[in-house]
Design a binder for this molecule. Structure first.
Ligand SMILES: Cc1cc2nc3c(=O)[nH]c(=O)nc-3n(C[C@H](O)[C@H](O)[C@H](O)COP(=O)(O)O)c2cc1C
Ligand SMILES: CC(C)CC(=O)C(=O)O
Length: 364
């Protein structure tokens, strides 16, 4: 491998070399057998492209809006926890890279830099990801802080009533550091030497009673648009529309929660069909190439979020690494659009991809 990585996979390898095993395993790993972790990536490989030729692609426009906010591409930074475990300056560097690339960043509830440090570091557009603690007052306070610091939307993560069983973290006795956002409010540091301290913290703090009726409570404490993150079925997509949220994110939490759920790309179309255009559908899980972004858009996502690739960029080369990861995915998407005959995002249609289901029908 030359010095300068040319794709996300090479950044992953550099991150592996750069990080202590405990942290690399935490970032890269999934739950239990890691079946879904592999599927999230491999399911993309089973979708092929149907390019159209002889279309003028001398100008490609990847720009779009997400909830009305301009972005240079339909790619967002997913909320991932504890960036200081990847780089000493943490989320502030990720934010600066987002601003440089003109993409939106979702800050994790479990960030290592504070809500204020991140929003004051640069002029990126920020969304805020929310977990609901048993201490609802703490979650409500974080929403208020996000709102008063200019964050534009709340991403309510709904797939984590308990933390998934991540066996590498159990073996490594993964440490839960004290998070500055919660200083004086709750101790996020757990000294339980018997397994994953993160899991111990989550089971002590996360509210497993969270349910659909709490969306009304969340709406009552914020004016910001609310997106539900973690939808995998048409049933829950319909419920999300019914309770009146502003968007949904098809996500299996990067295969870190329930193992043996399908790859997210395999359920995207089901969710899109159920939503019928009433609210935006975003997507995450397994995006490692521009062609993966293209496939998700063809199957109906408005935009995608990228989790691990950003952390790998940060661990390998700090702000520059995050920038390069986002730029590479943007460049790859631009090329995929050109070679498929799609000068704008609106040109990308269902007919530009072929899924295994399409193959099956064509043989009958
Ligand atoms: C290390 C790591 C930490 C994460 N932390 C959070 C989090 O704090 N909140 C959240 O809603 N999702 C979290 N996620 C899930 C991501 O938001 C996203 O759904 C997932 O990473 C997408 O898959 P990808 O990593 O294959 O891109 C995390 C994922 C990873 C890999
Ligand atoms: C600290 C964790 C609860 C963050 C998370 O969502 C994850 O590791 O997947």
């Amino acid at each position: 491998m030359g010095d300068e990585p040319v794709n996300v996979k090479e950044y992953q390898e550099l991150a592996r070399q750069a990080l202590p095993k405990m942290y690399y395993d935490y970032f890269a790993g999934g739950s239990e057998d890691q079946h879904t972790l592999r599927q999230n990536v491999e399911a993309f490989h089973r979708i092929t492209l149907r390019p159209r030729i002889l279309v003028d692609v001398s100008k490609i426009d990847m720009s779009t809006t997400i909830l009305g906010y301009k972005t240079s591409a339909p790619i967002m930074i997913a909320p991932t926890a504890m960036h200081k475990l990847a780089h000493p300056q943490g989320e502030v560097l990720t934010a600066k890279a987002a601003a440089a690339c003109n993409v939106i960043m979702a800050l994790s509830f479990m960030s290592t830099c504070t809500i204020e440090e991140v929003s004051s570091s640069c002029n990126a557009v920020f969304f805020f990801q929310l977990y609901i603690y048993k201490r609802r007052d703490i979650s409500a306070l974080m929403v208020k802080r996000a709102e008063s610091n200019g964050y534009k939307a709340i991403l309510l993560t709904a797939d984590t009533p308990k933390l998934g069983r991540r066996e590498a973290d159990i073996k490594n006795k993964m440490i839960a550091p004290q998070l500055k956002n919660f200083e004086g409010l709750v101790s996020t540091k757990v000294d339980d030497n018997d397994g994953s301290n993160l899991e111990a913290f989550a089971s002590k703090s996360f509210d497993p009673s969270l349910s659909w009726k709490d969306i009304a409570w969340l709406k009552s404490i914020t004016k910001l648009p609310i997106l539900i993150k973690g939808i995998l079925t048409r049933e829950d997509a319909i419920k999300a529309v019914e309770v009146g949220v502003d968007g949904i994110i098809v996500s299996n939490h990067g295969a870190r929660q329930l193992d043996y759920v399908p790859a997210t790309i395999a359920v995207l179309e089901e969710v899109v069909d159920a939503v019928k255009g009433r609210i935006p559908v975003l997507f995450d899980g397994g995006i490692r190439r521009g062609t993966d972004v293209f496939k998700a858009l063809a199957l109906g996502a408005q935009a995608v979020l990228i989790g691990r690739p950003v952390v790998y960029g940060l661990a390998a080369k700090g702000e520059y690494g995050v920038r390069r990861v986002v730029e590479m995915l943007k460049d790859e998407l631009e090329l995929a659009m050109a070679l498929s005959g799609c000068p704008t995002l609106n040109h990308i249609t269902r007919k530009h991809v072929r899924t295994q289901m399409d193959d099956l029908h064509s043989r009958l």
